[in-house]
Design a protein around this ligand. Structure first.
Ligand code: FAD
Ligand code: SIN
Length: 549
């Protein structure tokens, strides 16, 4: 297959970019499962944007930067904040039905760390509504093809060019598309692309308790790493303070999120005896930024030896709960908890990666013709801790930045007529070698390995870390990485194996990044370096693989 644009991922970032890029050529969007299955589809709270008379850009910028604990890129923050309102109007124009008040104005919710009401939402199913509309628009666009159950295995770079042709390829760091496993046929296909965009979402599944669906195995981070991309700030994994407590989890569990908007509406965190505790940790109490609330809960649990704390939503009132949080109400009811009458048992769970493939303000990675947007990208917006509901906003704004950059390039290229010749490139790239065995007995190892990685990450690289714990984790993950590589090299590829390989790679990168940051900042809390060190460690943590050609 050949295409002008290959987009990997069908969440908010990939779909919104695909719609725009179709203006300039053929777009292929590949997605590893069904097209709606993404983190986007589960987003609850909403999209932050300055739309209230009482609010202004400076306040949203200030809240974002304060939350980011000194690591935000101010230009990137200003970009998302200032383009927030127009992005919301664009989504409305596409047909997204955001919740409105009795006067027909957008209803603005509140979440942790925000000084004003600015969360635009579609009741408590914001992501599902956005995904519905974007997928519908994409399905009507003849220039866009969506390939479900197509798993990106590896990016095509100079290493995949047959040696006899390499001398014709002057640029050594350039991307030509991806090898893709068609999970239905088991065949690996080459997709050659003028531009490739990683929009593969998050990595929550590297932890045992996560709000992310099973697809969030960090594939894009690992693909980029193996291709020689720079990754930044991977130590900053955000734990959402309030996921519904679930006793038993397996290697693919997604725990149910109780949106921060519920706390925004007045719900209060309490201990098992029904006593409030957040005042001991922050004056904003239950609505403090996520790193503070998650750490406070972690601390309470360690002190008391309990498995969960409570979120008391009864104070919101039954009528309002049912109207504003119908999904949360119903999901809890299905599990035997009537949240209008009883408190909700909650624990923190891995939720979001603030780090990712380092991109500039145009969404470009350090590899030519390779872009990244959405959760997999590190634009500098979130710094050491993401402000609630800034993620969907970042995804739409930065996918637009990529579009604008390509638009500019496109008009220049049209004049010079120096577009890549995809037919020639196709001939120079190796076909996938289908060698390898299939040994059914070993599949059980994949399941066990996945669980083991998640346990190691949760035990040693969670909310509270230390050099000792990180070293312990690194030793184990390194050993598993080698074993998995050896297994991968002699086995025919399939999705569980590819995900396992990516999970172990991402675990390795998170630990390496965490070991580099010898201070506590935002989401990265080290017992042996409990203070923030602005003198020595205010820069991004960069990890990359040296590529030998
Ligand atoms: P995703 O929406 O995750 O899409 C990634 C896509 O890439 C998927 O289609 C996936 O199948 C595909 N993919 C991945 N790997 C491969 C591969 N190897 N090959 C092919 N395809 C691949 N943020 C907010 O701002 N507001 C909220 O209210 C909010 N609520 C949230 C609630 C939950 C429960 C969760 C989990 C997250 C929430 N977030 C929220 C975060 C936000 O939803 C995500 O950061 C955002 O949706 C990411 O969008 P994305 O397009 O980058 O990735
Ligand atoms: C939530 O609804 O609490 C999630 C919001 C977010 O992740 O930004």
């Amino acid at each position: 297959m050949k295409t002008d644009f290959l987009i990997i991922g069908s969440g908010i970032a990939g779909l919104s970019l695909g719609l725009r890029l179709s203006e300039f050529g053929k777009v292929i969007i590949i997605t590893k499962k069904k097209k709606a299955e993404s983190n986007t589809n589960y987003a609850q709270g909403g999209i932050a944007s300055v739309l209230d008379k009482e609010d202004n850009f400076d306040l949203h910028i200030k809240d974002t930067i304060e939350c980011g604990a000194g690591l935000c890129n101010i230009k990137a923050v200003e970009t998302i904040v200032k383009e927030g309102p127009s992005s919301i109007y664009e989504l409305l124009a596409l047909g997204v039905k955001f919740t409105k008040d009795e006067h027909g104005n957008l209803k603005l919710g509140r979440e942790g760390g925000h000084s004003k009401n600015r969360i635009v939402h579609a009741r408590d199913l914001t992501g599902k509504e956005i995904e519905r509309v974007l997928l519908h628009k994409v399905s009507k666009n003849p220039k866009i093809t969506v390939l479900e159950y197509h798993f990106a295995i590896e990016l095509l770079t100079i290493r995949n060019i047959k040696p006899e042709y390499r001398k014709y390829f002057k640029d050594k760091h350039i991307c030509y598309g991806a090898y893709t496993l068609n999970a239905k046929t088991g065949k690996v296909e080459k997709i050659i692309a003028g531009k490739t965009i990683l929009a593969t979402g998050g990595l929550g599944q590297v932890y045992l308790h996560t709000t992310n669906p099973a697809i969030a195995t960090g594939d894009g981070f690992a693909l980029g790493y193996r291709a020689g991309c720079e990754l930044a700030n991977m130590e900053f994994v955000q734990f959402h303070p309030t996921s519904l407590y679930q006793k038993d989890v397996d290697e693919e569990t997604q725990v149910f999120l109780i949106s921060e908007a519920v706390r925004g509406a007045g719900a209060i965190l309490k201990d098992k005896k029904g006593k409030e505790f957040m005042h001991k940790y922050d004056k904003r109490k239950s609505l403090a930024p996520r790193d503070i609330v998650a750490r406070a809960i972690d601390c309470e649990l360690k002190k008391t030896g309990e498995n969960f704390v409570y979120l008391d939503a009864t104070v919101i009132g039954a009528e309002r709960i049912k109207k504003e949080f119908p999904n949360i109400y119903q999901q809890c009811l299905n599990r035997g908890i009537d949240i209008t009458k009883s408190m909700i048992p909650v624990v923190p769970a891995a939720h979001y990666s603030c780090g990712g493939l380092k991109v500039n303000i145009e969404g470009k990675t350090n590899i030519k013709n390779l872009y990244a947007c959405g959760e997999v990208a590190m634009t500098g917006v979130h710094g050491a801790n993401r402000l609630a509901s800034n993620s969907l906003l970042e995804a739409v704004v930065f996918s637009k930045k990529i579009f604008e950059s390509i638009k500019q390039e496109h008009s220049k290229n049209n004049k010079k007529n120096n577009k890549l010749n995809l037919d020639k490139i196709e001939k120079c790239i190796f076909n996938w070698s289908d060698k390898g065995t299939v040994n059914a007995e070993e599949w059980i190892l994949i399941k066990h390995n996945k669980l083991e990685i998640k346990e190691i990450m949760s035990d040693y690289v969670g909310i509270v870390r230390s050099t000792y714990r990180l070293k312990r984790a690194l030793r184990r993950i390194k050993m598993m990485k080698d074993e998995i590589k050896e297994f991968y090299d002699r086995t025919k590829v399939n999705v569980p194996l590819l995900e396992l390989r990516n999970l172990v790679t991402v675990a390795y990168i998170i630990i390496k990044s965490a070991m580099k940051r010898k201070e506590s900042r935002g989401l990265h809390y080290m017992l042996d370096y409990p203070e923030r060190d602005d003198k020595n460690f205010k820069k991004d943590t960069i990890i990359y693989k040296r590529i030998k050609i």
